[in-house]
Design a binder for this molecule. Sequence first.
Ligand SMILES: [Zn+2]
Length: 480
Amino acid sequence: MAMAAVISLEETRQAFAKTRARQELHAYLDRWLERVEANMPDDTPSLEALTQAVLALRQELTGKITEVLVAQQHTQGLNQCIMPCPQCQRLLPARPAPPRTVHTMVGEVSLSRPYFYCPDCQHGFAPVDDALQLSERRTQWDMQQAAARLAAEVPFETAQELFTQLTGLSLSDHTIHAVTGELSQELGVLEVSPTAAAIAQRVAEMAAGKTWRPIMVLAIDGAFVPTRPAQAKGETTGRRRTQARQAGWQGEWKEAKGFRFYLVDQERIVHVLSWYQVARDEDVGTTLKRVKDAGLIPEDQVRLCVLGDGAKWIWKQVNALFPTAVQILDYYHCSEHVHKVGGLQFGEDAVQAREWVEAMMARLFWGYVDWAIEGLETLQPREDQTAEELRKLIGFLRNNAGRLHYRTARKGGYPIGSGGIEAANKSISHVRLKRSGAWWYIEQANYMLALRCAIYNGTFENVFEAYKRRALRRPEGDAL
Ligand SMILES: [Zn+2]
């Protein structure tokens, strides 16, 4: 009986607080409307003039609504006047503290909340901040996420400009750089990959209604990234090339090595996962091993095929990690080699050069590698350079003989060209990193590549969630 009475008293108190908060908000809305009306340019304003007047003051209203909602939902925490120290349990009185103002997508939110300080432990804390899961930054999670997403697409300065134009909120240059950096710096291939379950789901969808296991392609390739040396540190980003030269350092194109797993059938390509970094050859193998060891590739559910160029390191890694995969040498890469020799040998006679190249490629396409090599061996090189290229081509074809069964591959539904990875190269690397005048520190380029892989892999939100957990020091599985 006594218990019921207590609850009912608390309920009454809450209902009263709610009514008071609503009244306060209604009064605020009246004052807000008056200000909007005062901002109206003329008697018959266009819709645009009206929306602009609203937009200019929108954040103030939505921020205020949020403040009222906080007051309503956190009544108990906001009225707490005594609290034990979480470290020594000493009872601490609430201290007067200035309100904390945070920036959110709906505007500034001012929080007047109790603050506690334990002089013994020299520990200060505001429990309502924890209950609200505030970021330590003034700029809160929603703004951080939007800013990082924009910065992953366009240069930082543009991201900052667009953000302000689209939202009416300002964001500092420092915040956008810092958030993007913190978000991406702990990312590895597993952090940006979809889960094994999500991948299995895509495989199952691709397999539905078919007799054969679906084909999963692993394409390995590189994309060039403009980098700047570490000694250029301290300069602003995005300097033009000429200025870079004047500043006494030379930009350098470095290869971001990467791979893409994707599923193919006659109609479509379904992306699985991608990873790119400016790194050493062996790092690609290490990363692929992590993907394999994490059980992300359901090898028994797919027909795995590896597509790559002639680089020896690729095939060394593939033989070690996926020994049963079908290996295919990228047809275009092979054709480039043949074209080079054709051009040198029949230089001035373009028709003859083309016919020779076509005949060679036809032999290779049909799987007559020995015949193609014989043809090369009987060719009388015109000069020393041709002889050298010819020797290299013969070696190249011998080394890759087992990867040239183009017709058989195509009949089996396997791709023979690298279109799939080139699309990934372009989306992940080129569109963001290869911009006029942009030269990246390798570290920064790799952070950006990791973040863009997350977007490409559809895991950006998970990556942001993990960053938030780190900042709030909450373990995975603990509900946010
Ligand atoms: Zn204490």
